[in-house]
Design a protein around this ligand. Sequence first.
Ligand code: FES
Length: 446
Amino acid sequence: FDDPDKLVDTDRGFVSREIFVDPDLYKEELEKVFTRAWLFIGHESLIPKPGDFYTTRMGEESVILCRDKQGIVHAFLNSCRHRGMKVCRYESGNTSLFTCPYHSWTYTTDGKLQGVPHFRTLYEGLDREANSLVSVAKLAIYKGTIWATWDKDAPDFITYLGDAKIHLDQALDCRDGRSGGSEVVGVHKWIFPANWKFAAENFLGDTYHNPSHRSVDLIGIGPSAAAGKKGRRDDELEKAQHVWISFPEGHGVHSAIQPEENEYIESFLDNPVLEQYFRHCFEERKRRLGEQARLLPFVGTIFPNTSYHGRQPRGLCAWHPHSPTSTEGWRFFLVDADAPQEAKDYLRRYYMRYSGPAGMTEQDDMENWLYATAASMGTVARRYPFNYQQSLGAWTKDHALGGTVSLQITEEIARGYYARWKSYLRGAAWDELLGVGGNLPQRAAE
Ligand code: FES
């Protein structure tokens, strides 16, 4: 596979199945995508106090996310500099030191090698600084979310986000339009036998797959606007103008724009606390954001493996690769930190019911991803690429929304995503990866 152009042909709309199953290509994308791109690694609310830590992942690597004694947030490779043992085997907690279980080297919460047993007799001249935990090259905290990259030459995180920022903001900000202010109310983690890109692509705005969720649509909590008469959320989506947007950095979103005249729809008449909270959020958001409040985030993927649900459920998903055909999904559910406890509890229950490994929609999706992966592994199956020709050429440039916009369901976003994936595999410079060069922005400007 020397030539990535043979794997991804976005002009004609074909992507080889090999990129979803081949072990060599998988190794290459770990090296060329996951060591360069900005990756979502956690949320500040998971480590609020000095000494708090949360073990996370970047690609296949285990990473310690930690707040040091001074309150500064760090991310380190979770691997001892002596023989590589995981220095932290817990999911989360609070500590003043990380003590390696193997031979007891100890590291401070800012990653420095502090203690080495028999240091004076056995390790004369050991350079402790050079044997600190390996830190990420760059770390960014954005509206409570924490992102990191191993590439010291990577652009800053906001530049990396590009125009996808205004859409991601809608998922991270409070329901009443205040900037930031969210907290994680729970994290679901589970492993499924499918390539990680199936999940990432699904959230780019693959609205075409909604028939998969017919059962939840029929009971009124599904993603399809066809279920519009059964719930507040779907009523809003039914009346809105839906937009599918591809960004030159490889990100993609499906958002919706509400009509100018839109009013709060009473939804919780049997629960005054919830009714008051959601009404307040709706009206306050409109007052604060004006025209911008009409933009409803639905789903999106920030290249390569971070997806979000913008409204209900609201949260971020990281699709961590384990192998070409195995992925660990992490869903971080978000609520407003200062919401009434009753609203937090209601949303937490809703999120669990709707998504996650035991939720009603995620199971539909996973069944598709794992069968598609399994059915693409055969010698004959691998000769036939996937078809990405939907709505070829049906896009326009919209400066208010950013990116390349389609008003109809489109695989243009997936084509853009795989065009960018191909650029990473070619080892493209950051100028190209951010859309200054490459085929996608040129097409958008035509
Ligand atoms: Fe950690 Fe030896 S592997 S102290």
